[in-house]
Design a protein around this ligand. Sequence first.
Ligand SMILES: NC(=O)C1=CN([C@@H]2O[C@H](COP(=O)(O)OP(=O)(O)OC[C@H]3O[C@@H](n4cnc5c(N)ncnc54)[C@H](OP(=O)(O)O)[C@@H]3O)[C@@H](O)[C@H]2O)C=CC1
Ligand SMILES: N[C@@H](CC=O)C(=O)O
Length: 436
Amino acid sequence: MIEYRTIRVGLLGAGSVGSQVARLLLEHSDELTQRIGARIELVGIAVRDTGAKRDTQLPPELLTTDAESLILGSDIVIELMGGIEPARTLVLGAIASGADVVTGNKALLANHGPELFAAAEQVGAQLSYEAAVGGAIPIIRPLRDSLAGDRIDRILGIVNGTTNFILDRMDSTGASLEDALATATELGYAEADPTADIGGYDAAQKAAILASLAFHTSVPVTAVHREGITGVTAQQVESARSAGFVVKLLAICERLVDDETGEEGVSARVYPALVPRSHPLAAVHGANNAVFVEAAAAGPLMFYGAGAGGVQTASAVLGDLVAIARRHVIGGPGTAESTHAELPLLDIGRITTRYAITLEVADEPGVLEQIAHVFAEHGVSVEQLQQTVSGAAERATLVIGTHEAKESALAETVAALAQSPVVESVASVLRVEGAV
Ligand SMILES: NC(=O)C1=CN([C@@H]2O[C@H](COP(=O)(O)OP(=O)(O)OC[C@H]3O[C@@H](n4cnc5c(N)ncnc54)[C@H](OP(=O)(O)O)[C@@H]3O)[C@@H](O)[C@H]2O)C=CC1
Ligand SMILES: N[C@@H](CC=O)C(=O)O
């Protein structure tokens, strides 16, 4: 019989993801042992309340509130508590004590990544985080390793499962944002504080992580332009639908040449945008995520799958654990972050995007000419997408698509439109992404 050495694993957190990681580790212990060439021993699970009711039955003797002692007795620490503190201190403590770390905590990485990676590099520890972006989807390792020799120009995707679930429900069933969010929370998709999801913070953290990896530069989350979905109304979803679009919360990370300086820089932004129904992103339903990566040599690549959920995300966590544990067996250094490019970060004011503006207007002759005049005065070129006469007599809804415009020019145009005597209201202004 083979005598396997033992690798001790300490788990911090037994919520939606942590409890599934513990279950899979315990249930598939023999299979994992053969795959790794060493035995994984789950030595403890740190939680806030050892007596709390949990969906998954975990051996009570493994539960502890003493996370500090647990990390000292672990070769690999898996952090799935979420939030910044005490997660940051515990991860730094684990690294300092000689442990490798696996985490799914994008808030921690987006806010303190450079500090954590530097600490890991200093002592030669591994810090892996496949679960931090895209749930079950392998996207971190492809960007960090597989595409490291290529030049990535753009990443466009849906990276938050909760908001995709909500927008999809609003689109397909007419559900309210609040009702759809309650279901997403029950299903374990939402963050402990769901404002992180609907406010776009979670997607912005993921965009910061993706942009840093893709462009080999450090993109702090504060450099990511962020708009959430809290302002998206049933009416906007409906008018998008009638014009052949669907509303999606998108993350976009691009390498761009700044018009003003001629210098190459990086733009990272998150906002709800209209996506044509013919675009593959429009077909991403429920809590699924999809990430398009455009690389110079590889061409366009698409990564698709479950973007949230306990067991799905546990798959990514275990993948990192197995990779690190194999290194314990075969030795040698693992991969490290490369952020040496130091590209300038371009804020949203320097970027041009396309917009769709929905106006409620008086249904009378000459309206279109007057509106076109407002756009022309502000130097924004227009491509009319749709005009529909609404149920109410003598009123019409216009959906107007602009060609690429800067945010400042667009804001001035919208303010002027709101003042126009033929415009009753500006119902919505949303960006359009994806070729029409
Ligand atoms: N849910 C998902 O679909 C995904 C989540 N993630 C990330 O994975 C991480 C975990 O998420 P999730 O499982 O949903 O989170 P949960 O809120 O469901 O679980 C958090 C767990 O951490 C424990 N915990 C929290 N604070 C402390 C503390 N101070 N001391 C000890 N234990 C603590 C909680 O203990 P107790 O049970 O006693 O309250 C709980 O078991 C987060 O970083 C999240 O962003 C990543 C991808 C997908
Ligand atoms: N709350 C997050 C969980 C996964 O990262 C999401 O909904 O995407």
